[in-house]
Design a protein around this ligand. Sequence first.
Ligand SMILES: [Zn+2]
Length: 125
Amino acid sequence: MELVPYLSDSTDTATEKIRVRIRQNALLAKIACKCIRQKDVALTVYKTIYLSHSTPGGFLANERWVAHELAHVRQFMTYGYIRFLVMYLAESLRKGYFQNKWEAEARAQEEKTDILQEFYFEYQL
Ligand SMILES: [Zn+2]
């Protein structure tokens, strides 16, 4: 077994990009449109972004929007799939969609488009 210095190993991990899947024309996102009364929705569940009407190209061209959804990917990664889902839904029931603290946090991240560098995207039709 090869022994590698701790520092070089952690550098490798830091530069490894996280794969995010994008699904177009997604029923889940279309239902969300009706719930929050928006014409076009991106809905993030763990490392998948579901788009209601946008194409993946149109979505990715809007860096602020991408940064917002990637903030949700980070939230899922921080707290874990099920745990974050429960936390998010509980918060939504208490405060609704726009007042939800996880949405507030994601909106605050929209300026920080540097986050895009940490990810790569796979399209799924
Ligand atoms: Zn959001």
